[in-house]
Write a protein that binds this ligand. Structure first.
Ligand code: HEM
Length: 180
């Protein structure tokens, strides 16, 4: 996974729980990288999981909860670093642009980035289904990112998942209802 994700994860832990907790997490995990990340470099996915696990033990927050909150935080961070991705007018347009625009540009900016695959069912103006595929199975992170985008566009949503990797399904179906 790219260093930019690790940098956001470290910043998230520091902002939520303080520098001491971040130091404690990094000390306990004994990482190959030493906990120092460069945006453009790639680090093992296992490091990401180890940091999450250790942070979960130290903070008493559930793994899923951390991924969800991290997603919300990450979206707002990305909106500051890459404002051009956010020039579309509505939340729905933004979500529809993730696969064909945003992650395509991400792969140009960060060669060898392994972005997830999204396909869409868009049959109704106030609904959208996003089908998420990734060997990393980080649908809770995706849900957090979607909720972060909902806050960014000030558009309340309701989200459910009728299929999920974590329940043994072949992919995740993230169903979004736009409430305004
Ligand atoms: C609601 C919007 C978005 C969703 C749902 C989303 C979803 C995801 C997910 C779930 C991952 C984790 C990797 C995986 O599942 O295999 C990921 C990776 C990534 N995304 Fe997005 N994303 C969104 C917007 C963005 C934006 C705005 C950027 C801006 C730069 C971005 C950049 C990246 C990068 C750099 C990675 C890491 C790829 C790697 O390390 O190989 N994403 N995205």
């Amino acid at each position: 996974m790219k260093g930019i994700i690790f940098s956001v994860l470290s910043k998230f832990i520091e902002e939520k729980k303080g520098l001491e907790v971040l130091d404690e997490v990094l000390e306990k995990t004994n990482l190959e990288s030493g906990g120092v990340y460069t945006s453009l470099k790639t680090y093992p996915d296992a490091e990401f999981i180890t940091i999450l696990k250790t942070f979960s033990e130290i903070s008493n927050l559930k793994h899923d909860e951390i991924l969800f909150e991290l997603g919300k935080y990450m979206l707002i961070e990305m909106s500051k670093t890459y404002p051009t991705f956010f020039e579309v007018k509505s939340l729905k347009e933004f979500l529809l642009s993730i696969h064909d625009v945003i992650h395509v540009e991400v792969r140009k900016l960060f060669p060898d980035a392994l972005t997830p695959q999204f396909s869409f069912e868009n049959n109704n103006s106030n609904e959208l289904t996003m089908i998420y595929k990734s060997t990393r199975q980080l649908c809770r992170l995706a849900e957090g990112l979607i909720h972060g985008a909902s806050e960014y566009y000030k558009t309340p949503i309701e989200v459910s998942q009728s299929q999920c990797y974590l329940r043994g399904d072949p992919n995740c179906r993230i169903e979004i209802k736009f409430l305004s």
